[in-house]
Write a protein that binds this ligand. Sequence first.
Ligand code: ATP
Ligand code: MG
Length: 558
Amino acid sequence: MSRSDSPISNENFLEQIINEDLSNGFDKNKLRFRFPPEPNGYLHIGHAKSICLNFGFGKTFSSPVNLRFDDTNPEKENITFINSIKEDIKWLGFTWDSECYASDYFDKLFDWAIHLIKNNNAYVDSQDQETISEQRGIPTSPGVLSPYRERSVEENLDLFNKMKEGGFLPGECVLRAKINMSSPNMHMRDPVLYRIINHDHHRTKDKWKIYPTYDWAHGQSDYIENISHSLCTLEFLVHRELYDWLIAHIPKEKEILPKQREFARLNLSYTIMSKRKLADIVKLGVVSGWDDPRMPTISGLRRRGVPPGAILNFCDKVGVAKRENIIDYALLDFCTREVLNKISHRVMVVLDPVELEIINYPENKSETLTAENNQEDESYGSRKLSFSKNLYIERDDFKEEANRKYFRLTLDKEVRLKNGYIIKGEKVEIDKEGNIKKIFCTYDPKSKSGSGSPESLRKVKGTIHWVDKNNYENISVNIYDKLFLSETPGENDDGDITTQINNESIKTFDGACAEISLRDATFDKYYQFQRKGYFKLDSKSSKIIFNRTVTLRDNIKY
Ligand code: ATP
Ligand code: MG
């Protein structure tokens, strides 16, 4: 595969590290990567970056990439999350080599823990978590040694087995690595390897009462799976010393040891990239679910209508950095538009209709106009539009009086009806409340689009969309705004994101009028409602509901 096909196209510092390893004699056939989600929520766009990176290296180096579920917290994990993660990765277009689970290694990890105990490298601490944390102290001065640190190997083996058999309650004791309580790296101050959790696991059921911590499970899983480069986000940089220490202290079965390297996590403005916080807003009912179209989850973006290619391009443009930064959400929108412009089917939908009558159009006449489905790509073909004397246009496409810069319909001025004729505003009918009830216009019968007549080529300043009042489909349309008001939700108000919620993040138009071709709208297609943005048929509804993916341009707000 050439570099230009790779999801992460410019050589980044991680790729340089791998290339250096290869030039230092590392066997290319031994390269192996993994994407290691914890199945405690749905994947978000931040995960997409890690997916593109790992699977991208898989493609660049023709190496296998494992999908590994880091399933060590049975209370928070379940099979629904596992299935959604698999679906999302596939949808992004990637294929994993092996589907692995940290829980498949629980026996092995237990044996290795026994090995650590036997080598006096681990001990059972009978203090509670709070005391243990306090004793760790601060980086600049040594911590306090646990009174249980010097338990004999026999006692430790005995207690650890008792932990395994369910002989203790959660919190009564933990297994800790015996490393260095004076290390300036707090993660080296006798980290916890096992804790007691009284909860069935979605795979191992009630077999285990003790579960390995992230630090104990992760590096060892990499080792078991022969992962050559274990790429993770920057917050794990401080764990690297421990990662290497643990691998160095388990029985040495292999020559090649995995290498942990870190990159900056993706942060996106106006969103949160934390499964825990996203879970909170799902639980609170702020959104309809993990796949609510306002969510930054892969499933939310999919339902909203963001195509996978846009996410891949976005991850490519963001690149891989060594330092954290915040990416402007507008970049994702830009990538989305770029793809949708090429693949979307053009249609006309009036969201907020007002009636338009063409005074000089014959009564009872109707005609069929032809419109291209995608002017960017002829292969999309064309469709038929019905046209008659009475139409609907967008309420805000008309003003009785307007200045010279107003290019939509007004009295005494001409505009073109998209794919149709040139019309001129003549008069309006106002209802009792003072709202415009109906607009009357005249049309130029010779000005039909595409007819080739001199009148059809006449330039007018504005073009507006419309639907035939005698032949349309009633649909609902959801228009979305940002879910959060703050550019960095979670960083204000002590991290309380509920104070940051935009209560006007969804506006539904139930009386939208669509051209009849949308009766046959399908879930696999992407649509552009001309002049209104890109839309996707909602995958969860039996009615015809469309979600707006993104506006046509950056500055338009409905
Ligand atoms: P969260 O806090 O959202 O749960 P996490 O890091 O705990 O995130 P994991 O399921 O453990 O989620 O993550 C799987 C992989 O995705 C890890 O390698 C992690 O580093 C990476 N990842 C998670 N969030 C991001 C992000 N915002 N940007 C890049 N990579 C990420
Ligand atoms: Mg995590």
